[in-house]
Design a protein around this ligand. Sequence first.
Ligand SMILES: NC(=O)C1=CN([C@@H]2O[C@H](COP(=O)(O)OP(=O)(O)OC[C@H]3O[C@@H](n4cnc5c(N)ncnc54)[C@H](O)[C@@H]3O)[C@@H](O)[C@H]2O)C=CC1
Ligand SMILES: O=C(O)C(=O)Cc1ccc(O)cc1
Length: 361
Amino acid sequence: MRTAVVVGTGLIGTSAALALTARGITVHLEDADPDAARTAASLGAGITDEIEQPVDLAIVAVPPALVGRVLADCQRRGLARCYTDVASVKSGPRAEVAELGCDTTSYIGGHPMAGREQSGPLAARADLFEGRPWVLTPTADTSTETLNAALELVALCGAMPVVMDAVAHDRAVALVSHAPQLVSSLVAARLENADETAVRLAGQGVRDVTRIAASDPRMWVDILSANAAVVADVLEELAVDLNTAVGSLRSLAADGAQDRQKGTAGIEAVMRRGNQGQARIPGKHGAPPTRYETVVVAIGDQPGELGRLFKEAARAGVNVEDVAIDHSAGRRIGLVQLSVEPTAVHQLVTVLTERGWDVRD
Ligand SMILES: NC(=O)C1=CN([C@@H]2O[C@H](COP(=O)(O)OP(=O)(O)OC[C@H]3O[C@@H](n4cnc5c(N)ncnc54)[C@H](O)[C@@H]3O)[C@@H](O)[C@H]2O)C=CC1
Ligand SMILES: O=C(O)C(=O)Cc1ccc(O)cc1
């Protein structure tokens, strides 16, 4: 691939454009909002010049409900030889593409499984898709040239291609992305009118569960509208589990020993099922799930502390797999949780302690 056009230069379009530009591809940028295209260009994602000859690949990165119309328009203008999109749902856009009479040989559905809570070009990152699955949904119509162009796009973005049927894709993302988004928002919504004294106690657990509750509501209305029935099915099953958990808690709160035993068994069962499900989530770069151990280090709330800590870990020959920081309410220290391979814990704790760091048990 030598040339491409990104139509819709928001978070996802600009991230893809940055990755392609970094690999020497000439990327044209278009957006219904000229400011968005100009901003993407100023970030080094490509150029806003008119397209004079059809480019190798057009990447349609607009909200799901617009994919069909925008693709039809791009094909009418003869922008590219091959076309793909990045929408978070695949069945609706596929049906619209067919209804609008688009050329289905030169179009393949796509969905990179990576995102951020923010929207727009300023939130874009060239490495957003690095090591992440990127679903492609070819049909019997899809030409080999189109499939190959999409596979090249995925490779150039550092992602891993996963070929799926559109309906299976929508069911899968309802489970692993769309329902979790709503659950995160619902948990965060409980905090809306909560007492300040309660919210101040928030620790890493609630931060983890509510991180994606900061997402853009308009984008999620678009995504959920396009997969509403399937997500409703997932949440209905969740509601059954939720009611069972409530029943177990009521039993635990009751006086009788038998009730309490039943409650304990119920809660233990749900926790164990959760352990099993969580253990199935793939690790970094799609590797099998890895169990990391956490080393907690207290650091002063001053510039450079975190950098110094990472340097010490590197000097100890320990790879930090993940990091989270818990700020102590009202105190000027942060508790840094370094996730490392279990075999590296001893070495890291020894080195950090020797060098005067406040390592917590
Ligand atoms: N945000 C996320 O975490 C992820 C989003 N996606 C999908 O990527 C697509 C884009 O989402 P984001 O980049 O997050 O949204 P965004 O809101 O950051 O960007 C969308 C862009 O499309 C432009 N646009 C709207 N109508 C247009 C039209 N008719 N012609 C040209 N441009 C038009 C908007 O002006 C905006 O700049 C959506 O289909 C979304 O489902 C996929 C993976 C992750
Ligand atoms: O933030 C995360 O962990 C995500 O999973 C983001 C995300 C949002 C929408 C998508 O269609 C794909 C990925």
